[in-house]
Design a protein around this ligand. Structure first.
Ligand SMILES: Nc1ncnc2c1ncn2[C@@H]1O[C@H](COP(=O)(O)OP(=O)(O)O)[C@@H](O)[C@H]1O
Ligand SMILES: [Mg+2]
Length: 391
């Protein structure tokens, strides 16, 4: 969909902003361009919609050399979202969103209908926000309007230059998950610039890690994190200590939670009573050797008064032995779409030790980071925890 062939950009003052860049992006891919300030990300983007012309090399859009396409025509095929959204202050949110359809000569009613649809899509109720002016919106809401506006004429390609860079972390987190949902629905080919590796990892199907004017690694997020191609990439990725610690921190017995435990031959009635007594919604199920079998939830124990746990227990495939890394634990949770994983002593015996929940995983990770920083054992770290629900 987008192809760079040996593209170089030298500015008049001699700065080489982009140096012999070649890469290809498929249709519907979301590529994040990540790197420190001044490494050539914005220059790369602006060459795609011809706000900047390359000094050397060629860029193709859907097979066409863009240097042969009229820039105005070209930009109709490319949505552009920047940090300083650039909304027209004297126009309403709905009018702002309908800008491109308007420029394209769509009928007014059709343009407004489309704008309303898109506002809805980015989480702004058009009947509430449509008639407001940009200054009446929060920063996060303005960014949403920027995204809606870029999508209004349904361009196949979207360029986003640090679109969420200026909002606070909580809003940013919302915008990121909203954008992922949106992208799953609209499947645009997206180039997304960020200087934040976490954002790049979260959003990108693939990540282009920039050094000075060059791409040091162009790969899936897991590959960039797990097997950095160069020391530079390792260093850049390593800026996120948490992710790095995840793979070197083993699961320890102290990290585990102890849910209610039932056995296969327990009568169902006793199982229901035990869950009720402990106020739990599920229990781990073990066989007669205390090896992990699976789990059972209250929707099963309450369903009939006779029989044993055996007939109603579900197998549990999300388990790991003690000593496996927190990264493996996290990957296992994702793989099985599980809210927790069981931890056993070792693979051969399978003796059940407890469960690791996301909260416990997070706690273990924080302990590990603090322990590393203070050079003390993990068990001695005292955590200050902000909790929403206090029991
Ligand atoms: N118009 C310009 N004239 C001269 N140098 C420029 C110009 N625009 C950008 N640069 C330089 O080119 C390099 C890359 O800039 P840019 O693409 O904006 O980086 P990024 O978006 O990654 O921060 C930087 O050294 C920057 O100072
Ligand atoms: Mg930039």
């Amino acid at each position: 969909m987008i192809r760079f062939e040996h593209v170089t950009k030298r500015y008049a003052d001699g700065t080489t902003a982009v140096d012999d860049l070649s890469f290809e992006v498929s249709q519907g891919e979301l590529i994040t361009l990540v790197g420190p300030s001044g490494c050539g990300k914005t220059t790369t983007m602006k060459m795609v919609n011809r706000l900047i012309e390359p000094t050397e090399g060629r860029i193709f859009l859907d097979g066409d050399d863009i240097s042969a396409i009229d820039p105005v025509q070209l930009r109709r095929r490319i949505g552009y979202v920047i940090q300083q959204v650039g909304l027209f202050p004297h126009k309403t949110v709905l009018e702002n969103t309908a800008t491109v359809p308007h420029l394209l000569g769509w009928q007014r009613a059709k343009g407004r209908r489309r704008a309303a649809e898109l506002l809805d899509l980015v989480g702004l109720d058009p009947s509430v926000y449509g008639d407001r002016y940009p200054e009446q919106l929060s920063g996060g809401q303005r960014q949403r309007v920027g995204v809606a506006r870029a999508l209004a004429a349904d361009p196949p390609v979207l360029l986003m230059d640090e679109p969420f860079g200026a909002v606070d972390p909580v809003v940013r987190d919302h915008l990121q998950s909203e954008f992922l949902r949106l992208q799953a629905a609209v499947r645009k080919t997206v180039l997304f610039v960020t200087h934040d590796i976490e954002e790049a990892v979260r959003l990108g199907d693939r990540i282009a890690v920039y050094g000075q004017g060059r791409i040091e690694q162009f790969d899936a997020p897991a590959a960039v994190l797990g097997t950095p191609a160069t020391p530079y990439v390792a260093d850049f990725v390593g800026a996120d200590r948490g992710l790095k610690r995840l793979s070197v921190t083993p699961i320890e017995e102290g990290d585990l939670e102890q849910p209610p435990v039932l056995h296969l031959d327990d009568p169902l009635r006793r199982a229901a009573a035990k869950l009720a007594e402990e106020g739990a919604r599920w229990a781990v199920v073990l066989d007669s050797n205390d090896n992990l079998h699976g789990w059972i939830s209250t929707d099963r124990t309450g369903s009939s008064a006779s029989g044993t746990v055996r007939e109603h227990a579900r197998r549990m495939d999300a388990w790991l032995p003690l000593g496996a890394s927190l990264k493996q634990a996290f990957a296992t949770m994702l793989q099985h779409d599980a809210g927790w994983i069981a931890v056993i002593d070792k693979e051969e015996t399978g003796r059940f030790l407890g469960v690791l929940t996301p909260a416990r995983l997070h706690e273990a990770l924080r302990r590990s980071i603090d322990a590393d920083a203070q050079d003390i054992p993990r068990t001695e770290v005292e955590l200050e925890t902000i909790s929403l629900s206090r029991r």
